[in-house]
Design a binder for this molecule. Structure first.
Ligand code: SF4
Length: 166
């Protein structure tokens, strides 16, 4: 996996103060995308274990209290990104207790395959769907167009049998 940007302190992409990782690679090609430079899978820099270690360290760094981790892009649920994003999410769950994880994807929730669901089930919040220019609204919170939805994953996993999610 490659990533485009990492912001160790971010107050824009999700609630509170966060660390944010923008991965490379997106197949959706939404007209009006604000981040076209992230579409290529091989753009940006390689995501390695040192970068993973840095994110874990930053989330646990008490000098700047971060509420959690934001995953965006590009698309963290691009099938080529899923294995490494899943590994990172598992590390955050195991090593950063109390931190939340928000993720933005161009896929709709009902389009996710089994591997993508394995990852999604470990998130707190998934904001889904392509950016639709005709539905764009700058007044929306955490989303660019009204077709996109903010899913509280814990509520979904309580209402859907776990075997269907993992
Ligand atoms: S899903 Fe997001 S990153 Fe991908 S093309 Fe659409 S707006 Fe751009």
């Amino acid at each position: 996996m490659h990533y485009h940007k990492y912001y160790p302190v971010d107050v824009v992409n999700g609630p509170g103060t966060r660390a944010s990782l923008f991965v490379s690679g997106c197949v959706h090609q939404c007209p009006g995308c604000y981040n076209q430079s992230t579409w290529r899978l091989d753009g940006g820099k390689a995501f390695d274990s040192a970068m993973s270690d840095r994110i874990i360290h930053d989330l646990n760094d008490g000098r700047i209290k971060r509420r959690g981790l934001t995953l965006s892009g590009g698309d963290p649920l691009h099938p080529a990104n899923v294995p490494q994003v899943l590994a990172l999410v598992k590390r955050v769950r195991a090593e950063c207790p109390g931190k939340d994880i928000w993720c933005w994807t161009g896929y709709r929730l009902e389009e996710l395959d089994e591997a993508q669901w394995q990852l999604a089930a470990l998130l707190d919040v998934l904001v889904d769907g392509r950016f639709e220019q005709t539905l764009a609204d700058p007044g929306l919170l955490w989303r660019g167009s009204s077709n996109q939805q903010v899913h509280q994953i814990a509520q979904l996993t309580r209402s859907v049998p776990l075997r269907n999610m993992l």
